[in-house]
Design a protein. Structure first.
Lengths: 244, 214, 639
C-alpha cells in the first residue's frame, strides 16, 4: 500500500507545532499501525531527521501507553481497540491518514504525539485506592462478593487509563475514566468503607485538573478501547450524590 | 462541603434538576394550548386567568423562572468551561459516534431562549403590564399571531429545535442525576424519544390544525 | 565460591522464614523516617515494595521509565496467580506448591527461597482481595480458581485473561496511597542510567529525565531494582518493547553477580510474526492448550488452509510424543517440539514458522458457546491482530521469548553481591530455577515486593541508621554522572546511518537462532563472533538524531541496545558453560536418544553467578551449589 501521513510535529511543550507530510510506500496490510510508524522512523533516522515521538510500550493493548487521534478517532476508526492493535488492513491504498496527539488542556503535548497524562495519576492518588496495609488484610474468603457484582466490578476495573475518553469527548471530560475506578470500588464491599471520601477527593482533583464537564454525548463510550459504559458515569454521580 | 457544592458534578446536577422541572411544565402548557382548538375563547382564557392568579401557580411561576434562569446560566457557564478544556482543537473532525443532538445543546438551547423572549413579549410581558395589550384575552392574541405566516414558520422551527433539545435533555437529565443503569438506560432512551417527539409535535399540530380547519 | 553467601537461615525448611522474621534486626519507626530507599520499577514487585516500605515509614523514591507507574509490564500477564490456599480441597499445600515449583524449575532453584515464595502466596491473595482486585468468584461469593500447566491441583486465582493487569492496578493503588501520604515520591519518565556506589555500598543512582533530558542524581541508603526481565534481548518477545536490562546490567558492571543468564523461558503459544517490521509477539494464554489441539500437516510444505487438511493428514505431534500429558506438557517442552517440527519443514503459514492450535474438536464436542465463554476475549484479540476467525480456522501460533528465570544473584534477603543493592521480582534469579511454571511469576513478584523485601531490608538498614542523609555532591556521584554523560554523547556523536532498533532486531535474530530454544556449542561460539561483529558495527554505524536535552527515544533505545550487546555475550557464555540440558536451557549435545532433555546433576546442580571481570576481560564464574534437603532430584518426564 501507498499512504500519505499527515503527522503533528512539535519539538517540545512550548514550541509551535505543525503538520508534516510523509509518503509511505510498501506498507503491508499485515503491519500494525505503530509498526508502520516504526518503519517511518527507521527511514527518518537513516535520513538523519528527527523521528516521530510517540508513547508506546506493551504493544498488546493493555498498558495504555499508546494513543493518537487517527482520522477523527482516538485509537483510529476500529472500535474497542488501542492504537497498537490497529492493523493496517483497515486502510486502503492511497489513503491519507491524519495523526494528531490527544487534545485537552490537562494533557499538554510533550513532543509530537506524546502528551502528559499526569492528571490521571493525580486523580488516582487523591483516592483511587482502598486503605489497607500489607499484612492487615483478612482471609480472602472472609469477604464474600456476589459473582454478578464482582463481574461488574471487573468490567470497570479493566480501564487502561489511556485517555481516549478525554480525547474523544467534545468537552475533554475525564468522567468515564473516573467513573471506572469509582464503579469498581463502589461495587465491592471492600471499597464501600471509604466510598464517600474517595468520590469527593477524586472528583475534586478531576475538576482542578481542568477537564470539561460531561454532556452525556456518549463519545467516550464509543471510543473506549475497553468498552467502559456511560452508565458507569451515572453510577459515579449516584456515588457523588450519596457523598453530599 | 463547599467543594462538593461547586464541583462539576453538582453544577450539572443542578442544571439537570432545573431542566427536569422545565420538562414537567411543558405538558401543562400543552394542555392549556389544546383549548386554542375550541372556537370558544372562554376555556382558554379561564385557564390563562387561572394560571395568572391562582396563588400556588404564582409560586410555581417563580420557581419556573428560577429554573429557567438556573438552567440557562449554568448551561452557559458549563459550556464555557467545556470549551476551555480544549484550547487547541483537532484538525480532523471528530468522528466519534455520539448521540447526534447532544453536540448542539448550547445552540438548540440558545434558539429556544430566543423564542422564549419573543413569547414573553407576546404574552407574559402583557400580563405583567410591561407591554400594552389585553391580558384577559390571550386566546385572541394567540390566534392573531398564528395568522402571521412568518410567526408560524418561526414557531414550527423552534418546536422542531425544542424536540432536538428534549431528545437529548430527557435522557441526559436522568443520566446526570444518576438514575440511568444498564437496565433503565435503554428504557429511558425510548421514553425520551417519545417525549421529544410527542410534546413538540402536539404544540405544532395545534397550529397546523388551526391552519387547516379555520 | 567464598564470595557467595546465601544467608539461608538455619532450621527445617518450613520454619526458616518464621525463624528469620523472629530474629531479624528491626529499625525503629523514628529511624525509618530518616532512611531513604530508591526503588526502580513499578511492576508488581517494585510498586509493591514501594508501598509496603512506605507503609512502614521509610522515605521511598520510586522510578519508572513509563509516563505512569500503572504501565509496568506486569500489566500484561494473563493467566493468573498461584497460591496454596487449598480452597478446592484438592490436597494443595505450601509444600506441594513449593515442590511443583522446584520440579517445574528442573531443580535449579534455591529451596529456601522457593519455599518462602510459596509460604507468602496466601498472604498475597488476601492482600489483593482486600485491595479490591476483582478475582473471579463462584456463585457463593468465594474466590474461584483454575488449573494451570504442569500441576495437578487447581490453585490459580484469576481475573479472566487479565490477572496481571488487575494485580498491577492493585499495587498501583497501594502505591498511590503512599504517594498521597508523602511516604513515596514518584519519579515517572526517568530512566536509571547507572548505580552509584560509595565505599562499596549502593548509595544512589544517576537517572535521565526522559522529558527534559536532564541528568539527575538521586541518593538513598539502599537501592532496590525491580526492573523485570530481559526477554527483549530476542527483539521479538512477549515483553513490552521498551523493557530492558540496562539497570541490572549497570548494577552488574558495578559488582552485582549475574546468575543463570541463559535461563530464558520460551512461551509456546504466541501469535507468530506477521511482517518484517513486527515489533513484538503477542502472547496467547497457555490456558488455550486445555482445549486446543496442536498439529502440523504430515506433508512437508502443505500450503492448504488448516481446515481443508483431512484428519489423517494431520500430525498431532505433542499427543504423539507425550501421550500422558499431550497438549498440556510444560512450556519448554511444547516450545521445543514446535521448533523441531518447523525446522524439519512441517511449519505452516507464509514463513513456515508456525503450527496450528485447533479448536475444531473442542467446538464440536462442547459447542461454540462453551469455547466462547472460556476464551472469547483471546479469540477476539487473535482476530484483531491477524484477522483470522479461530472458531472457523485453526489459530497459528509459534513460541516466543517470554520470561527470564535468570537475573541478578541475590541471597535469601534478596540482596545482591553489592551491599545495599537489592533485586526483586523477575530481576533476580532466585525462585524459578531453569523453567517457570505458569502463574507463579505474579505470585513471586508480589511476595517479594509486599512481604519479603520490606522485612529483609531492615536487617541491612538497621546498621545504617547512623548514616545521615546522603548528599549528591559527593565525588562518586560526580564521577558516575560524568561517565553517563560521556556515553550519551558517544551515541550522539557516532552519526552513522542505522537506527538502534535495526541493530536490536539483528542482535535478536542471532540470539534467537543460536541461543534460543535449542543451543549447541558450535552455534553458541558462532553467535559469540556474530554478536561481537555486530556490536562493532553498532558503535560505528549507529545514528541517533537530535540531542540529549530533549525527548529522544532513539537515544533511550541506543543505550538499551548497547547494554544488550554486552549481556548477549554473557548469556552465550553461560549457555556454553552449562553442559547439560535443563528446563528452558536445551543443549543439543545433551539429550536422550528420543530427544528429551538430559540433566547433569553431578556437575551442574549449581547457580552460575557471573562476576564482571572488567572492560574487555572475561567474566568470572562463581558457583553456588544447590543443596536439596527436602526434595529428591528426579528426571522430569511428561511421557
Amino acid at each position: 500500500m501507498k499512504l500519505t501521513l499527515r503527522i503533528w510535529r512539535q519539538k517540545n511543550a512550548t514550541a509551535k507545532g505543525n503538520f508534516e507530510t510523509y509518503q509511505m510506500d510498501n506498507v503491508s496490510p499485515r503491519m500494525a499501525f505503530l509498526e508502520m510508524l516504526d518503519a517511518l522512523n527507521k527511514k527518518l533516522v537513516e535520513e538523519d531527521k528527527d523521528p516521530v515521538a510517540f508513547d508506546h510500550d506493551c504493544r498488546e493493548g493493555i498498558c495504555g501507553s499508546c494513543g493518537m487521534f487517527i482520522n477523527g478517532h482516538p485509537h483510529g476508526p476500529v472500535p474497542a481497540i488501542t492504537t497498537c492493535h490497529l492493523s493496517m488492513r483497515f486502510f486502503k491504498d492511497g489513503d491519507t491518514i491524519w495523526i494528531e496527539p490527544w487534545r485537552a488542556k490537562p494533557f499538554p503535548v510533550i513532543k509530537d504525539l506524546i502528551v502528559d497524562r499526569k492528571a490521571f495519576d493525580t486523580i488516582m492518588i487523591a483516592g483511587g485506592f482502598i486503605s489497607v496495609n500489607a499484612g492487615a488484610a483478612p482471609e480472602a474468603n472472609s469477604i464474600l462478593v456476589p459473582k454478578t457484582k464482582s463481574d461488574m466490578a471487573f468490567d470497570t476495573a479493566i480501564c487502561i487509563g489511556c485517555g481516549a475518553c478525554v480525547a474523544a469527548c467534545k468537552n475533554a471530560s475525564a468522567m468515564l475514566f473516573v467513573s471506572a475506578k469509582i464503579s469498581q470500588y463502589a461495587l465491592l464491599p471492600q471499597g464501600r468503607v471509604e466510598a464517600k471520601e474517595r468520590v469527593r477527593k477524586m472528583v475534586e482533583k478531576m475538576d482542578e485538573a481542568g477537564f470539561g464537564n460531561c454532556s452525556n454525548t456518549g463519545a467516550c463510550e464509543a471510543e473506549c478501547p475497553k468498552e467502559i459504559k456511560l452508565v458507569d458515569i451515572a453510577r459515579l454521580r449516584r456515588e457523588f450524590i450519596k457523598a453530599f | 462541603m463547599s467543594k462538593i457544592l461547586f464541583s462539576s458534578i453538582t453544577k450539572k446536577l443542578v442544571m439537570a434538576l432545573a431542566g427536569l422541572f422545565l420538562l414537567t411544565f411543558l405538558p401543562v402548557h400543552l394542555f392549556i394550548n389544546l383549548m386554542l382548538l375550541k372556537s370558544d375563547p372562554g376555556p382558554f382564557n379561564t385557564a390563562a386567568h387561572f394560571m395568572a392568579t391562582f396563588p400556588l401557580i404564582r409560586i410555581m411561576e417563580i420557581v419556573l423562572f428560577v429554573a429557567i434562569f438556573v438552567h440557562i446560566s449554568w448551561g452557559i457557564f458549563i459550556q464555557i468551561k467545556n470549551w476551555l478544556a480544549r484550547p487547541v482543537g483537532y484538525v480532523s473532525a471528530n468522528k466519534s459516534e455520539t448521540s447526534f443532538f447532544s453536540r448542539f445543546m448550547i445552540w438548540t438551547g440558545a434558539t429556544i431562549l430566543t423564542f422564549f423572549v419573543l413569547h414573553w413579549f407576546n404574552f407574559y410581558f402583557i400580563k405583567i403590564g410591561l407591554v400594552p395589550g389585553n391580558a384577559e384575552d390571550f386566546y385572541s392574541v394567540a390566534h392573531k399571531l398564528f395568522k402571521i405566516p412568518a410567526y408560524d414558520i418561526i414557531y414550527l422551527t423552534c418546536f422542531a429545535i425544542l424536540g432536538f433539545h428534549l431528545y437529548h435533555a430527557f435522557f441526559s437529565a436522568f443520566q446526570t442525576i444518576g438514575l440511568s443503569t444498564s437496565f433503565w438506560s435503554p428504557v429511558l432512551k425510548v421514553i425520551a424519544t417519545i417525549y421529544a417527539i410527542v410534546i413538540p409535535a402536539c404544540f405544532a399540530l395545534i397550529l397546523i390544525t388551526l391552519w387547516l380547519f379555520r | 565460591m567464598g564470595k557467595l553467601v546465601s544467608k539461608i537461615p538455619d532450621g527445617p525448611l518450613r520454619n526458616k522464614w518464621t525463624n528469620y522474621k523472629s530474629s531479624v534486626k528491626l529499625v525503629s519507626p523514628a529511624n525509618k523516617k530518616k532512611l531513604e530507599i530508591i526503588v526502580i520499577g513499578t511492576g508488581l514487585s517494585g510498586a509493591g515494595a514501594s508501598s509496603s516500605l512506605g507503609e512502614l515509614g521509610y522515605n521511598v523514591k520510586t522510578f519508572c521509565y513509563q509516563d505512569s507507574p500503572r504501565r509496568a509490564h506486569s500489566v500484561a500477564a494473563q493467566g493468573g496467580i498461584n497460591a496454596a490456599k487449598n480452597y478446592q480441597n484438592d490436597g494443595d499445600s505450601t509444600f506441594r506448591l513449593f515442590y511443583d515449583m522446584i520440579k517445574g524449575g528442573d531443580f535449579r532453584a534455591r529451596e529456601a527461597n522457593v519455599y518462602r515464595a510459596a509460604e507468602v502466596s496466601n498472604q498475597v491473595i488476601d492482600h489483593y482481595t482486600a485491595l479490591g482486585v476483582p478475582f473471579a468468584r463462584d456463585y457463593g461469593g468465594t474466590l474461584d480458581t483454575r488449573s494451570f500447566g504442569g500441576v495437578q491441583v487447581s490453585r490459580t486465582f484469576y481475573s479472566k485473561g487479565q490477572t496481571g493487569q488487575q494485580c498491577l492496578l492493585g499495587v498501583y493503588s497501594s502505591l498511590n496511597r503512599q504517594i498521597k501520604k508523602g511516604n513515596v515520591t514518584m519519579y515517572p519518565r526517568r530512566e536509571m542510567l547507572d548505580l552509584v556506589l560509595i565505599d562499596g555500598k549502593a548509595r544512589g543512582i544517576i537517572a535521565r529525565n526522559l522529558v527534559t533530558g536532564e541528568i539527575e542524581r538521586h541518593s538513598a541508603h539502599a537501592v532496590v531494582l525491580a526492573t523485570g526481565g530481559y526477554g527483549t534481548i530476542y527483539f521479538l518477545s512477549t515483553l513490552a518493547v521498551n523493557s530492558n536490562a540496562s539497570a541490572v546490567w549497570k548494577a552488574h558492571k558495578k559488582g552485582a553477580f549475574f546468575a543463570n543468564p541463559s535461563f530464558i523461558q520460551i512461551h509456546p503459544t504466541s501469535v507468530p510474526q506477521l511482517n518484517e517490521f513486527q515489533a513484538k509477539l503477542t502472547l496467547m494464554s497457555e490456558s488455550l492448550r486445555n482445549d486446543g489441539r496442536i498439529w502440523v500437516p504430515k506433508l512437508k510444505g502443505d500450503k492448504r488452509p488448516g481446515n481443508e487438511i483431512p484428519e489423517e493428514e494431520r500430525d498431532y505431534y505433542l499427543e504423539r510424543r507425550y501421550p500422558a500429558f499431550g497438549n498440556l506438557v510444560p512450556r519448554d517442552v511444547a516450545s521445543r517440539a514446535a521448533k523441531e517440527r518447523c525446522d524439519a519443514g512441517y511449519g505452516i503459514g507464509d514463513t513456515g514458522l508456525a503450527v496450528n492450535l485447533d479448536f475444531r474438536d473442542a467446538i464440536k464436542k462442547q459447542g461454540k458457546k462453551a469455547i466462547e465463554e472460556k476464551y472469547g476475549n483471546l479469540f477476539n484479540m487473535y482476530k484483531t491482530i491477524t484477522g483470522i476467525d479461530s472458531y472457523i480456522e485453526p489459530m497459528q501460533i509459534y513460541p516466543a521469548g517470554h520470561y527470564t528465570m535468570g537475573g541478578l544473584w541475590v541471597d535469601y534477603e534478596l540482596m545482591t553481591t553489592i551491599p545495599g543493592l537489592y533485586a526483586i521480582g523477575e530481576a533476580n534469579f532466585s525462585d524459578h530455577g531453569a523453567n517457570r511454571l505458569g502463574a507463579s511469576s505474579l505470585m513471586q513478584c508480589s511476595g517479594d515486593g509486599y512481604f519479603i523485601l520490606p522485612v529483609t531490608i531492615g536487617n541491612y538498614l538497621s546498621e545504617e541508621i547512623k548514616v545521615p542523609k546522603i548528599t549528591t555532591d559527593k565525588p562518586e556521584f560526580e564521577e558516575t554522572e560524568k561517565i553517563v554523560v560521556e556515553r550519551l554523547n558517544k551515541f550522539l556523536s557516532i552519526k552513522g546511518r542505522q537506527n538502534a532498533a535495526s541493530f536490536h532486531k539483528r542482535l535478536g535474530k542471532i540470539m534467537w537462532d543460536y541461543c534460543g530454544m535449542v543451543r549447541n556449542e558450535e552455534g553458541l561460539k558462532k553467535a559469540l563472533g556474530l554478536v561481537r561483529e555486530l556490536r562493532d558495527e553498532f558503535w560505528k554505524d549507529l545514528n541517533v538524531p537530535g540531542d540529549s536535552n530533549m525527548v529522544n527515544q532513539e537515544l533511550e533505545k541506543a543505550g538499551r541496545v548497547a547494554d544488550y550487546f554486552e549481556l548477549s555475550e554473557l548469556l552465550i557464555t553461560d549457555a556454553l558453560n552449562r553442559k547439560e540440558s535443563c528446563g528452558a536451557h536445551f543443549r543439543e549435545e545433551y539429550q536422550t536418544p528420543d530427544g528429551e532433555a538430559l540433566r547433569n546433576d553431578e556437575e551442574f546442580a549449581y547457580v552460575a553467578a557471573w562476576e564482571y571481570g572488567g572492560e574487555g576481560k572475561p567474566h568470572i564464574l562463581n558457583k553456588e551449589d544447590l543443596k536439596f534437603e527436602e526434595v529428591e532430584l528426579k528426571v522430569r518426564s511428561y511421557k
